[in-house]
Design a protein. Structure first.
Length: 222
């Protein structure tokens, strides 16, 4: 029984239960939407007692907060290793997908963000996991020969993360439009990477910047 496990064993069991519940919660969110995601329904789907969910997360609001913190790891996958993959195009498609899912009215992810917004700003909750995700991307760009090694990957990732930290909060407050989210989300990645890019890759990044600016000017951001 769990109460007879050593401390390390109990912590491992707790972490495993949290991971399983969050994974299952994301699956239910996709199928049932934010209002269909209930503690009882999650408990049934995960084959756990509702009390376990309350013990781990405190409330449904606590569950939603934990889901938001893990959102980058449960979003779209990003493959920079595919032989036919242009890394920059892959990252931009990835960024665009996030912008769409976060701002589309009928998106489950948008509903999750809105539900958490009622509890306060979302940027501080997301920042650590976003930094981890961006560090992975920057490291792969370095390994693929896009970025100079003069700037540490974590430093560059943090610059990008902080540039985006308030973007979706500003959108939720109505301070910026959906179109601005799309363009700034791109530019907040492109501009810091441009400053650290090797000379041979700068033209590709500048072309992506010009494409983004042109799309904003033309009003064509689909």
């Amino acid at each position: 029984m769990e109460e007879n496990l050593p401390i390390d064993g109990r912590q491992a069991r707790k972490a495993a239960n949290c991971d399983k519940l969050i994974q299952t919660a994301f699956q239910l969110l996709e199928v049932r939407g934010i209002y269909g995601l209930t503690v009882r329904g999650l408990a049934e789907e995960a084959q756990m007692a509702p009390a376990t969910i309350y013990n781990l997360f405190g409330s449904k609001a606590g569950l939603l907060t934990s889901m938001l913190k893990g959102l980058p790891e449960h979003g779209p996958s990003l493959d920079l290793d595919h032989a036919d993959c242009d890394p920059l195009n892959a990252v931009l498609k990835f960024i665009d997908h996030i912008s769409i899912e976060w701002t589309k009215p009928d998106s489950p992810i948008s509903a999750l963000v809105l539900a958490n917004r009622r509890q306060g700003a979302i940027a501080p909750l997301l920042l650590p996991s976003v930094q981890n995700q961006l560090t992975f991307i920057v490291v792969r760009f370095f390994e693929l020969g896009w970025i100079s090694d003069e700037i540490p990957s974590s430093t560059l990732a943090n610059r990008i993360a902080y540039a985006n930290a308030g973007l979706f909060d500003a959108w939720l407050e109505g301070a910026v439009s959906t179109e601005v989210v799309w363009s700034e989300h791109r530019m907040n990645f492109l501009l810091p990477v441009l400053t650290a890019a090797k000379d041979s890759k700068r033209m590709s990044i500048k072309a992506a910047i010009e494409e983004t600016l042109a799309a904003v000017t033309d009003g064509n951001m689909d």
